[in-house]
Design a protein around this ligand. Structure first.
Ligand SMILES: [Ca+2]
Length: 336
């Protein structure tokens, strides 16, 4: 999973609280332990001097983690915000302005340009949003906190490995407060696995270089079995008495991330047609043997979608059905 889901972040224990002090080493002692472990992992002392010496916890990170509002969002409110007319317009512009490089990346990785651009738009508004925290500082702050220290400590060492490999300079290693980096918002472990050096200059620059940014997103999707000749899915309408039929189909049980638990098993489109499922406008489904899961992200009273394997690849990028539907919608709308 690329990002720690925001709603799983619980209120953070104050670093200055008495209970934390009792259970926790002092920041400076903890940092010494990090340095020792990093040295054992082969991180050059030059990198450790530049990043860890005099490092302080980042108050903004603690505040951001504490201030996360938990509110119930519906697909409608989510799509209105995330697939706004402005985002569609800017996505069309981004498609046109980057047409050549997108075509090259698309040919190399087998991912259609509109999906690369849609994820880019969802993550950082096509690079207009520039998360500017020092990644090492943000990750160290979260790794010091005992609640999710295992997860973030691993990400912290991955970030140090990125620097050790000279993929990017220390000054350029910027992230969101939660440690997601660059224009595709990769966590450091995802970066090590999927970030690509498209122009072959030795750097995997997902902060500034359009080719590296697009190739990294495409490489991520490709790893999760993206099919360049297929779409993500589409909205459908359901017949009377459908819940009983859906119950008979059963639920998706082939693993995957938690949002997949909301999906049905994957009969073919032809089988959905036979069960009375139609397009959103009530027409017959296009004849196809393609297997598709059915998902109703707001439950039985909300909208319904049939989705293909590419949708599950989008879920690997960010495991939320609202997110994957928004990416699919945006991709459909920015495609020339
Ligand atoms: Ca590069």
């Amino acid at each position: 999973m690329r990002l720690l889901p925001v709603l799983l972040l619980l209120p953070m224990v104050l670093i200055s609280s008495a209970s934390a002090q009792d259970a926790q080493p002092k920041w400076e002692d903890w940092l010494k332990g990090v340095r020792k472990e990093a040295e054992q992992k082969g991180i050059r002392s030059q990198i450790l001097d530049a990043t860890l010496t005099g490092l302080t916890p980042l108050e903004r990170v603690i505040k951001a983690d504490q201030n996360q509002a938990e509110f119930v969002e519906t697909l409608e409110t989510y799509l209105a915000k995330r697939v706004s007319q402005l985002r569609i317009d800017n996505g069309r512009k981004a498609m046109a302005e980057n047409a050549d490089i997108l075509r090259q990346v698309s040919e190399r990785y087998g991912v259609q340009p509109e999906y690369i651009v849609a994820i880019w738009g969802m993550e950082t508004a096509y690079g207009k949003v520039k998360p500017g925290e020092n990644a090492i500082q943000a990750l160290a702050t979260l790794a010091y906190d005992p609640r999710r220290s295992t997860y973030f400590r691993k990400e912290l060492f991955a970030a140090l490995e990125i620097l050790n490999n000279d993929y990017i300079s220390t000054d350029e290693l910027k992230a969101s407060w939660a440690g997601a980096m660059g224009q595709p918002q990769f966590m450091p472990t995802s970066y090590l696995q999927y970030a690509a050096d498209f122009d072959g200059d030795g750097h995997r620059d997902i902060w500034n270089n359009p080719g590296d940014i697009f190739a990294s997103i495409a490489n991520y999707l490709k790893f999760y079995a993206w099919k360049g000749e297929q779409a993500w899915g589409y909205e459908v309408s359901l017949p009377e008495g459908f819940p009983a039929k859906l119950a008979a189909v059963g639920s998706y049980d082939q693993g995957g991330c938690r949002a997949m638990n909301q999906h049905s098993r994957a009969p073919s489109i032809a089988e959905w047609q036979a069960m009375g499922v139609r397009t959103r406008d009530g027409a017959d489904l296009p004849p196809s043997d393609l297997e598709a899961t059915l998902v109703e992200p707001d439950g039985e009273t909300g909208r319904a979608f049939v989705t293909f394997g590419n949708y599950r690849a989008i879920l690997r990028y960010n495991c939320a059905n609202f997110y994957a539907i928004a990416v699919g919608r945006l991709a459909d709308l920015v495609k020339p």
